[in-house]
Design a protein around this ligand. Structure first.
Ligand code: NAD
Length: 261
């Protein structure tokens, strides 16, 4: 029987990934490059973006690194202009940059609230609206947002983060509806506990030891382990690919069964 599975589902497509110097963004960048995409590795931290791009090039993939604060409209617009000139029109966008600042309704500072929304929600909107005109012009494009299980349920001491990720889930649905007539699909991934160091601030704020964290995972995750960034990347690649050609507006949960309970 002929081989029908295409391992290079994204061949030649220009993909922009934000927060790509971090763990999940790095894994997604590497995976999309392995599937043939030409990857614009974007991060606030230039050195981290450069490391990811260098790793992709070392494996024989194609990538360029860019520094950008996704919450800054001027930086975002000039970033997308540069990428379009240097790499070609953007066909795939993974909005993945995010920040997590602990705090409750009474303890969160308004500057931490504003920063959370500036990066997690405003940044996503700015990046998407910068690439959409190009996608509309060719009648195709895919956006994948990194939401979180935190956008589906409430957790202690995460008022800004959880509500911002809830906004990402419904912004995904709204954008999917608005952009479907132009051939643009928009989905999000909702990772659960992913072992990247990102959650350390909330574990520290709760005074949790390594043993406490292990116990939390055993009690809350049916698969009894934290995920790794490489558990998320294949789901992003799938949603980016034509294998997901009739899927839009969907929050894909990747959490070892945590929110299934
Ligand atoms: N780790 C988890 O358990 C988990 C679970 C669910 C969702 N997420 C989400 O996954 C995404 C990536 O998280 P991660 O675990 O890889 O953490 P990470 O800290 O390794 O990566 C986040 C990256 O975003 C970048 N970033 C922050 N602010 C930015 C800005 N203004 N402009 C551009 N880049 C910026 C950081 O420099 C960093 O490289 C985040 O959106 C996070 O909310 C993580």
């Amino acid at each position: 029987m002929a081989e029908t599975f295409n391992r290079r589902r994204l061949d030649g497509k220009v993909a922009v990934i934000t927060g790509a110097g971090g763990s999940i963004g790095r894994a997604s960048s590497v995976r999309l490059a392995q599937e043939g995409a030409y990857v614009a590795v974007v991060d606030l931290k230039e050195d981290a973006a450069t490391r990811t791009a260098t790793d992709i090039l070392a494996e024989g993939g194609r990538a360029r690194a860019y520094a950008c604060d996704v919450s800054d409209e001027l930086q975002v617009n000039s970033l997308v202009e540069r990428i379009t000139v240097e790499m070609g029109p953007v066909e795939l966008l993974h909005n993945n940059a995010g920040v997590l600042i602990p705090g409750s309704v009474t303890s969160i500072s308004m500057s931490d609230w504003d920063l959370t929304y500036a990066v997690n929600v405003r940044g996503l909107l700015l990046m998407t609206r910068a690439v959409v005109p190009g996608m509309k012009a060719v009648g195709a494009g895919v956006v994948v947002n990194t939401a979180s299980t935190a956008g589906l349920v409430g957790e202690p001491n995460c008022v800004a983060y959880d509500s911002s990720k809830g906004a990402v889930v419904n912004l995904t649905r709204q954008l999917a509806v608005d952009l479907a007539p132009y051939g643009i699909r928009v989905n999000c991934v909702c990772p659960g506990w992913i072992d990247t160091g990102f959650n350390d601030v909330i574990f520290e704020a709760a005074g949790m030891s390594a043993t406490d964290i292990e116990r939390l995972v055993e009690n809350s995750v049916p698969m009894r382990r934290q995920g790794i960034a490489e558990d998320v990347a294949p789901a992003v690649a799938f949603l980016m690919s034509d294998d997901a050609s009739y899927i839009t507006g969907h929050p894909l949960v990747i959490d070892g069964g945590m929110v299934a309970q």
